[in-house]
Ligand binder design. Structure first.
Ligand SMILES: [Ca+2]
Length: 236
């Protein structure tokens, strides 16, 4: 016992007190005159109550959503990510009862991440810089390919763009690889709002150097059926 204390209670740093049995807890602190002591620092956390037939509640993944509100044994909760993000982990988890123990989910909650590469074949899509909306990492070398139906073109709309000027750049090629004509090389914050391909493929290459990052980018693309415009002009 610390001789400076009239009565001291010691908890080793990092020790967790037993879980409260209700949703309320009362802490009362009083000090009598005498020598001061160092005091205390607690952190508390609300913990979902579980039972042998009830799993812990499941939060929404960051940049995604949870589908399902039943957390009882046998229930399944599914997950989806926002456009541009890829689900890492299980798409669905199941609450299962455990003999003589609390019910538990059969897997951990997945996360939604931005991949540093990918092939896009849908008519519309979202391309984000890794980590978006947080700053991207250093030493990145990411490649995304967009391939839509032959005969279609691709239009990219730049929703936001910010990279380290001159050192981190996004290059867009009007075709399937770097041998295709370059549609543009973008760095800093100046980018045209719309970019149009002449073919049905685009190749995007993002490179960041060893230091200093920025918020990155958010691009939306859609395929444009060029023949449709001709039909319209012909009155079909
Ligand atoms: Ca940089």
């Amino acid at each position: 016992m610390d001789p400076a204390c009239y009565l001291c209670l010691f908890f080793p740093p990092g020790e967790t007190l037993p879980l409260a049995t209700s949703n309320q807890i009362l802490l009362r602190f009083s000090a009598k005159s005498g020598a001061p002591a160092r005091g205390f620092h607690f952190v508390y956390q609300a913990v979902p109550r579980t039972s042998d037939t009830q799993c812990s509640s499941v939060p929404e993944p960051r940049y995604g959503r949870r589908i399902g509100l039943e957390f009882s044994a046998g229930s399944i909760v599914r997950f989806e990510c926002n456009p541009g993000y890829l689900l890492q982990g299980s798409m669905a988890i199941r609450c299962q009862s455990v003999p003589n123990a609390l019910a538990q989910w059969n897997d951990t909650i997945p996360s939604c991440v931005v991949p540093c590469s990918g092939n896009f074949t849908q008519r519309r899509g979202t391309i984000l810089s890794p980590g978006y909306p947080e700053p991207y990492g250093n030493n990145l070398n990411c490649i995304w390919k967009i391939i839509v139906t032959e005969g279609s073109g691709i239009q990219i709309q730049v929703i936001s763009f910010a990279t380290e000027q001159n050192w981190d750049s996004l290059e867009i090629y009007d075709g399937g690889d770097v041998t295709a004509p370059r549609l543009g090389s973008f760095s800093g914050t100046t980018v045209p709002a719309l970019l149009n391909s002449t073919s049905n493929q685009l190749y995007l290459h993002f490179q960041s150097d060893i230091s200093v990052a920025a918020a990155g980018f958010h691009l939306e693309y859609k395929s444009k059926v060029t023949c449709f415009c001709i039909w319209l002009s012909l009155g079909y």
